[in-house]
Design a protein around this ligand. Structure first.
Ligand code: ZN
Length: 164
């Protein structure tokens, strides 16, 4: 879905612009620390790799500001983590038949602090976390206390049970 000419490059919420110079992956230790301190909802968005913003049909189209250029500002909060806010800028223009049409010309992501002080972003300067790293960390925590041998045995049993 194109955001129009002035939207700039698509912004990845997980900082996955690998082609961008200076991109550094966060260490597994930093990812583990992050996974420990954030909510399940934040982890869900992180693992999914994107936020869940309501559609226009769901949220309606309401503007809550006008910027210096006269563009209408619309803000949407992620329905999952509730910490990510999509800030859209819309303009009205004269369409065919003199009807006013509207289009979104820019879209930006902001993060707000939750009511209990929750923050979405990891400390800056420690590298970016990928959805895969988050998934790996969550899985490793869930599997803590089991051994690889035990897991292999269990998985083999499960495969046989499926066959029969
Ligand atoms: Zn979210």
């Amino acid at each position: 879905m194109a955001d129009g000419a002035t939207a700039g490059p698509p912004k990845s919420i997980q900082g996955e612009q690998h082609e961008e110079s200076g991109w550094v992956r966060a260490s597994d230790e930093d990812v583990d620390l992050y996974v420990d301190r954030v909510s399940d909802e934040v982890l869900t968005c992180r693992e999914r790799g994107r936020h869940l913003f309501p559609t226009i049909r769901q949220a309606g189209i309401h503007f809550t500001g006008v910027d210096d250029d006269g563009l209408l500002v619309r803000r949407l909060t992620c329905t999952c983590c509730e910490l990510a806010v999509k800030v859209e800028k819309w303009e009205g223009f004269r369409g065919a038949g003199r009807r006013t049409r509207f289009r979104r010309v820019a879209s930006n992501l902001e993060y707000r602090t939750g009511p209990d002080g929750q923050i979405y972003l990891a400390p800056t300067g420690r590298g970016h976390m990928t959805p895969r790293q988050i998934g790996d960390s969550v899985a490793s925590k869930a599997l803590a206390g089991t051994t690889l041998t035990a897991l292999r045995k269990e998985a083999t049993r499960a495969a046989k049970a499926e066959e029969s």
